[in-house]
Design a protein around this ligand. Structure first.
Ligand code: AP5
Ligand code: MG
Length: 217
């Protein structure tokens, strides 16, 4: 399978789709948001700084994120394909990622743009709860994405949580950040002819089927 790089607004489904692809195709899932939230949980000085940035819906600086991704990519099992969920998020990150992939001799990549309206993304954010253990996202406003037992993760049996950045005000800053900093990357990948566009408001079954066709090419 080709490596997958998601470019998408907040709450488009990057994490949910990644989890499904991991279950079916044994991908390595690298979510920068999850990595940052792990650091925040440690309550380290670094974690406190990251918490402040994320709570405001701002982006963490490029230098820090590029370093984080470089370490992660260098420690990957080279026999496994990977999914990047949340990186790159700026043109600078995209250019540096290219350099990292070349130096790691990683060539077979697919960039997947998940297209979603602000209204639908906001609705999803307001209904989202996550498992603090396995990071799975549930949605209380969607019968198919609710946990089987109220507020408990189906897999880990632990209590579900709301994310500190899942409120209307922070969401709007995150969406605006996406439009200003991340969406310009789409042209960069269009020129490289490795970009596909997916309707993120379709069913998860259809989305996975579409990605699978492209990822197997
Ligand atoms: P991150 O955690 O990556 O947040 P995000 O990009 O805002 O994306 P989300 O995790 O909110 O959404 P998602 O697309 O994963 O959606 P999900 O699958 O959960 O980053 C957090 C912060 O970290 C950033 O704001 C920034 O501060 C910092 N950061 C991270 N990376 C960075 C970088 N590279 N540079 C700088 N800063 C960085 O789905 C959402 C909901 O919808 C769920 O409830 C789900 O159940 C539901 N859902 C999913 N798919 C469907 C569907 N098809 N139909 C109906 N409902 C669906
Ligand atoms: Mg996510």
């Amino acid at each position: 399978m080709r490596n997958i790089i998601f470019i998408a607004p907040p709450a488009a489904g990057k994490g949910t789709i990644s989890d499904l692809l991991v279950k079916s195709y044994n991908y390595e899932h690298i979510s920068t948001g999850d990595l940052l939230r792990e650091e925040i949980k440690k309550s380290s000085d670094l974690g406190k700084k990251l918490d402040e940035i994320i709570k405001q819906g701002k982006l963490v600086n490029d230098e820090f994120m590029i370093n984080l991704m470089e370490n992660k990519l260098n420690s990957l099992d080279t026999n496994k394909s990977f999914i990047l969920d949340g990186f790159p998020r700026t043109l600078e990150q995209a250019k540096k990622l290219d350099e990292m992939l070349v130096s790691n001799k990683v060539t077979n990549n697919l960039v997947v743009y998940l297209n979603i309206s602000l209204e639908e993304a906001l609705k999803r954010v307001m209904g989202r709860v996550i498992c603090p253990n396995c990071k799975r996202s549930y949605n209380l406003n969607n019968e198919e994405l609710k946990p089987k037992v109220d507020n408990i993760c189906d897999d880990c049996k632990v209590g579900l949580e709301h994310r500190s950045d899942d409120n209307e005000e922070t969401f709007k800053t995150r969406f605006q950040n996406y439009l200003e900093n991340t969406s310009p990357i789409l042209d960069y990948y269009k020129d490289k002819r490795i970009l596909i566009s997916i309707d993120a408001m379709d069913t998860l079954d259809n989305i996975i089927a579409e990605i699978k066709i492209e990822a197997e090419k």
